[in-house]
Design a binder for this molecule. Structure first.
Ligand SMILES: Nc1ncnc2c1ncn2[C@@H]1O[C@H](COP(=O)(O)OP(=O)(O)O)[C@@H](O)[C@H]1O
Ligand SMILES: [Mg+2]
Length: 235
């Protein structure tokens, strides 16, 4: 039987940064396929190219050579407007710094990308409430980030990522600024999201965090050095 179209299909992906005379090859030939519903951790030491890879996967940056297909679409062929649509509708981003606006309540933060995404005003509030309910924050709609714990703030950020009903969640070191209790909160939430069918790509340099995923891809010096199901890694 034919495999379904992968959500992510990277082939011979290379990324070179140039600043002045100096060039640095941050991705050195990456091949990666991720199917719908997978929960993947990308692991590697600092400087190995994880964030570069996330920027490519999230259509925030483009490859120097090689190809990236997202849900079967050739990303290089998309116009700026189409790329913006992809980022808004198909990808939910979660960052280490929660990137919440401190002056806005939880639901207003969740609403924000829907404003950019031109979602109708009448449905934005409802969608925001639903997303916050899904992350267990139904009773914190009106609280500002400063009134929430780190784990709660990151869950607001996850709700914001979910509000556009994206195909995949891309999380770059989402627990990097969290204590162990809050880390558990966020990883438990990712489990639930994955159980309900979401594709998750979780970037981390911590093995304990990566082991909460189902598959671990290890990156070193811009290349994949290992790719294995979590049980095999843990054994
Ligand atoms: N904009 C940039 N210009 C030049 N070099 C960069 C840039 N971004 C990242 N790099 C370099 O690429 C390498 C990989 O960086 P990064 O993807 O941020 O790694 P990680 O997220 O694994 O720590 C590092 O050596 C970093 O210095
Ligand atoms: Mg990084």
């Amino acid at each position: 039987m034919d495999e379904p179209t992968p959500v992510i299909e990277l082939t011979a992906a290379r990324k070179t940064y140039s600043s002045g005379q100096i060039e640095f090859e941050a991705l050195r030939g990456i091949d990666l396929r991720v199917q719908s519903g997978e929960y993947l951790a990308i692991m590697g030491p600092s400087g190995s190219g994880k964030s570069t890879l996330m920027n490519i996967l999230g259509c925030l940056d483009v490859l120097t050579t090689g190809s990236y297909r997202l849900g079967g679409d050739d990303v290089e062929q998309l116009s700026e407007a189409e790329l913006a649509r992809v980022r808004n509708h198909r990808i939910g981003f979660v960052f280490q710094q929660f990137n919440l606006l401190t002056s806005l309540s939880a639901w207003r933060n969740v609403e924000l990308p829907m404003i950019y995404g031109k979602v109708d005003k009448s449905v934005r509030r409802q969608q925001a409430e639903l997303a916050l309910e899904r992350v267990g924050l139904r009773d914190r709609l009106e609280n500002r980030p400063g009134e929430l714990s780190g784990g709660q703030q990151q869950r607001v950020a996850v709700a914001r990522a979910l509000a556009s009903d994206p195909t995949m969640i891309l999380a770059d070191e989402p627990t990097g600024n969290l204590d162990s209790a809050s880390t558990k909160e966020v990883l438990d939430l990712f489990d639930q999201l994955n159980d309900s069918g979401r594709t998750i790509v979780l970037i981390t340099h911590e093995l304990e965090v990566a082991q909460r995923a189902r598959r671990i891809v290890t990156v070193r010096d811009g290349q994949i050095t290992a790719d294995a199901p979590v049980k095999a890694v843990a054994a």
